[in-house]
Design a binder for this molecule. Structure first.
Ligand code: UTP
Length: 294
């Protein structure tokens, strides 16, 4: 079994749910207190042992590439001003990982974003994480997926349990046989099934680990999607893989909290939660929230 070394983070979408904020600014760069969303995602991957982070960006996403690059002028200024802690933090960001950037020339869907990284990934298993949401979990979501992959040798979808009917309009749901505590051998994967139609309460929110079979499976979905003017979603690839008899497992992320920063309300909740955990601002924020006349 090949070691999981690479992660693809698609970050080339338009972020229409967040307009006008995202007209000139990538939604992946929106700050959660003092770090952009995508940095949480990259740090999760690195902590789980990922060696190479492949960021899928576009012409309107330069700020992401710059964020993970060196900034000589800023570093010189921080050093001159004796702001050594901040200097270390800024340098740490550019040294976080071995970054590779690939551009998706047109936003043709999140499955297409994975496909443009095909040559860089090669014939290896790969983790895919969205650039606009994250899961705080112990062990991390990526680590839990890698552990499951090492146990079962299959592609892994990760998710959370939810019985909120509204979620059935937003996420993909899996159905299948339970083979272990919190592990499903997937036979059905339905994107946005709608209220009352989900095959289980396990919603695949974000976070996937694919065997290289995903690439041919995605390619095969192009005639029915992109060629017909529709977006190519990763779900199309997963369904094609299952049709080929390739096994896919879904795991429930343990000890985790999902932060969906791609929507306005999800983003606001994430900022409040992280503000309440952040040592610089937590007590003042708590007092402020308590004092609100709601
Ligand atoms: P979303 O499904 O949230 O898509 O993408 P989006 O288009 O950015 O957002 P809305 O729905 O219009 O508000 C999940 C992740 O996949 C990336 C996005 O940048 C985001 O990080 N993505 C999506 C791509 O890289 N390329 C695409 O063609 C679509």
């Amino acid at each position: 079994m090949k070691k999981v070394r690479k992660a693809v983070i698609p970050a080339a979408g338009f972020g229409t749910r967040f307009l006008p904020a995202t007209k000139a600014m990538p939604k992946e760069m929106l700050p959660v207190v003092d770090k952009p969303i995508i940095q949480y995602v990259v740090e999760e991957a690195i902590e789980a042992g990922i060696e190479q982070v492949i960021l899928v960006t576009g012409w309107h996403k330069r700020a992401i590439e710059d964020h993970f690059d060196k900034h000589f002028e800023l570093e010189a200024r921080l050093e001159k001003d004796g702001k050594m802690e901040m200097l270390e933090e800024v340098q740490r960001i550019s040294e976080l990982a071995n970054f590779v950037y690939v551009r998706q020339k047109e936003a043709l869907g999140n499955g297409h974003a994975l496909l443009v990284a095909r040559e860089i990934v090669g014939d290896e298993p790969v983790v895919m994480l969205w650039g606009d949401d994250f899961v705080a979990a112990k062990p991390s979501r990526t680590r839990q997926m890698i552990d499951a992959y090492e146990k079962y040798g299959t592609s892994i979808l990760s998710g959370i349990r939810t019985t909120n009917p509204e979620d059935t309009k937003k996420y993909g749901y899996v159905g299948g046989k339970k083979i272990d505590e919190g592990v499903i051998d997937v036979s059905q994967f339905i994107e946005k099934p709608g209220p009352g139609k989900a095959p289980s309460d396990l919603a695949v929110v974000s976070g996937f680990l694919f065997t290289p079979d995903i690439f041919d499976a995605l390619e095969r979905a192009i005639p029915d999607t992109i060629d017909k003017g529709k977006e190519l979603y990763y779900v199309d690839g997963v369904n094609n893989m299952m049709k080929d008899g390739k096994k896919v497992h879904a795991i429930e992320i343990k000890n985790g909290k999902y932060y969906d920063c791609g929507s306005k309300i999800g983003y606001l909740k994430t900022v409040i939660d992280h503000g309440l955990m952040h040592e610089d601002v937590n007590s003042e924020l708590r007092d402020y929230l308590k004092g609100l006349d709601l």
